[in-house]
Design a protein around this ligand. Structure first.
Ligand code: GTP
Length: 185
């Protein structure tokens, strides 16, 4: 499967991850540039017009909610996504463990031959005074589809626009050949 880096006319970003890691909050913080305590379980799909995105392409941002969606719907969304932000909470180690044990293998399975680039997102850095990057390196080594990783906070808005920029960049300017995997289970 050929990538379309540089020629894509739009970018579809899907956010996945364990419950409560802040997927909906990240989307709403990006859109409204402020943090709301009460967010719905799933954000409406939004489209950011080309002229206000760093890479000048219309960008669709899609939320996922286990409470509202079936596994089949999840599989369909994974197939439609151009890039997936896999979100964990930096204050909850289990949510990062689940990235490696559940989410990344599921994405590999569901996207079949068309492996999808990943941005790993550690949310809620406002709650901790350490970095989880050390724990992230071995996961990046195991899953070469991870294009980049970033720590951020939906609450303080730290690194929120960067996160979505990384996601756009992973689609438009990928650094690794996504069709050439050296690790296979
Ligand atoms: P599901 O819909 O269950 O999948 O959860 P979600 O991943 O969409 O998480 P959601 O955005 O609903 O946030 C879960 C909780 O974490 C809420 O109480 C948020 O207010 C809180 N939260 C989200 N982002 C942050 C953050 O950056 N910092 C802090 N301190 N809390 C956050």
């Amino acid at each position: 499967v050929m990538r379309q880096g540089g020629t894509r006319r739009n970018v579809r970003i899907l956010l996945l991850g364990e419950r409560g890691v802040g997927k909906t909050s990240l989307i709403l913080s990006l859109v409204s540039e402020e943090y709301a305590e009460d967010v719905p379980s799933k954000a409406e799909e939004i489209t950011i017009p080309a002229d206000v995105t760093p890479e000048q392409v219309p960008t669709h941002i899609v939320d996922y909610s286990a409470a509202e969606q079936t596994d089949d719907q999840l599989g369909e969304e994974i197939q439609k996504a151009h890039v997936i932000c896999v979100v964990y909470s930096v204050e909850d180690e289990d949510t990062l463990d689940r990235v490696a044990s559940y989410w990344l293998p599921l994405i590999r399975q569901s996207s079949a031959d068309n492996r999808c680039p990943i941005v790993l997102v550690g949310n809620k850095i406002d709650l901790v005074d350490y970095s989880t990057i050390e724990a992230v390196y071995p996961i990046m080594k195991e899953f070469s589809e991870i294009e980049s990783c970033i720590e951020c906070s939906a609450k303080t808005l730290q690194n929120i626009s960067e996160m979505f920029y990384y996601a756009q960049k992973a689609v438009l300017h990928p650094t690794t050949p996504l069709y050439n995997y050296d690790t296979q289970e």
